[in-house]
Design a protein around this ligand. Structure first.
Ligand code: C5P
Length: 369
């Protein structure tokens, strides 16, 4: 059990009440990370505004081990969290409803307003996974309160970056504290896996992990050396089920162990031959953008490159942030979609509680062109 859940339940009063003071932030640099929470009273069960920043992911390795009887695929994937953040503001309400408001925000909306397809669509509040996550959690935990949620999106959608799953994980984590439910992580993880195969990874807060089963069995990894990442979301997105429908599972699946060792050892030189994504081939049958992106990245001297998840986002690993920015400028000039530079992350999500009327919290940022 991690500290978030153990300590949050210890400090819970069972009833929400009005916070009088701004809760101090015990995490590094004034933010509260999952592992830091619970070292004091963080406003669990109080009114006020909760805010969570939750990252995107890339798949450094994705192999299919076979088809399952439930229609899903047995997989082995290595996911890494990257510092492109959606943010979620959560206000507890006495009315027993979930009101979700969504918007694209800086770096995306400002530059790509005229071509919203470059970053994808945000599902309507009624169908959004955040509403589904909170509704399901309210039912299962028999919560009588409701919430108003403002979701600010920066992670492009239909891209294989796990934005929706990340939002769902943040919603569960925040609601668990804000509604003072204080479920243990195992219980929350099981709910997370009902919502989507990638949601447990984001709930785990691991900077990187090997994920097995449907994707819900998480073995966290620690980076020895963290590469910078340049990502491109082309103007076309892909639907995950459609990509999986075209997949032919391999007879001899690849092994992720060499990559896992490289992550643990921090050797930059070995990266080139370690990335793999079994979904890239079927995704390439559905859009010609992947071929174009592969061509563009192979000209730029990145350490390694491939598609993330079921696409269409394509990424390259770089030696450092400055190199990633230089390559991003070239890719931006090639006019192949929305280009983002990010680092791989440490712990996440960061969360904060502010009393009514207090100054809003200044955010972490990712560069975006
Ligand atoms: O679990 P999630 O809703 O993210 O999955 C989306 C779709 O991806 C599923 O409907 C399924 O078609 C496919 N999928 C799969 N095997 C997995 C994960 C996802 O076939 N392990």
């Amino acid at each position: 059990m991690n500290d978030l859940f153990r300590n949050a339940s210890a400090s819970g009063t069972g009833k929400p009440h009005q916070g009088r003071t701004s809760i101090s932030c015990l995490g590094k640099r004034g933010v509260v990370s999952f592992s830091d929470l619970g070292n004091g009273d963080f406003g669990a069960g109080k009114f006020g505004t909760w805010e969570a920043w939750t990252p995107a992911k890339i798949n450094l390795f994705l192999e299919i081990l076979g088809r399952r009887s439930d229609g899903y695929h047995e997989l082995e994937t290595v996911m890494a969290a990257v510092a492109i953040y959606d943010s979620l503001q959560f206000r507890v309400q006495t009315e027993p409803t979930i009101a979700l408001h969504t918007t694209w925000t800086f770096g995306i909306r400002s530059k790509f307003q005229a071509v919203p397809h470059v970053v994808g669509d945000i599902p309507s509040p009624a169908t959004n996974i955040v509403t589904r996550a909170l509704t399901l959690f309210r039912e299962r935990a028999e919560v009588r309160l409701g919430a108003t949620v403002q979701l600010r999106k920066r992670i492009p959608s239909a891209a294989g970056l796990g934005g929706a799953s990340s939002d769902a994980a943040a919603a569960l984590a925040v609601a668990n504290l804000a509604w003072n439910v204080n479920w243990a992580p195992e219980r929350l993880e099981s709910l997370a896996s009902e919502l989507g195969s990638d949601v447990p990874f984001f709930l785990s807060g691991a900077p990187a992990a090997v994920c097995r089963g449907r994707g819900e069995q998480i073995s966290p990894l620690e980076w020895k050396w963290r590469p910078a990442v340049v990502l491109v979301r082309p103007p076309e997105g892909l639907s995950t089920p459609e990509v999986y429908r075209r997949l032919i599972p391999p007879l001899n699946p690849l092994d992720c162990q060499p990559l896992v060792q490289a992550i643990g050892r921090g050797n930059q030189r070995v990266w080139k031959n370690l990335l793999a994504n079994r979904l890239q081939e079927p995704a390439g049958q559905l859009t010609c953008w992947l071929q174009r992106l592969k061509h563009e990245f192979s000209r730029r001297g990145v350490l390694a490159h491939q598609m993330s998840g079921s696409g269409t986002c394509y990424f390259g690993l770089c030696r450092n942030f400055r190199e990633a920015q230089r390559i991003a400028n070239c890719l931006h000039a090639a006019n192949i979609g929305h280009v983002i530079v990010a680092t791989t992350t440490r712990a996440y999500p960061t969360m904060r509680w502010t009393r009514e009327g207090a100054e809003p919290w200044k955010s972490p940022k990712s560069a975006s062109s």
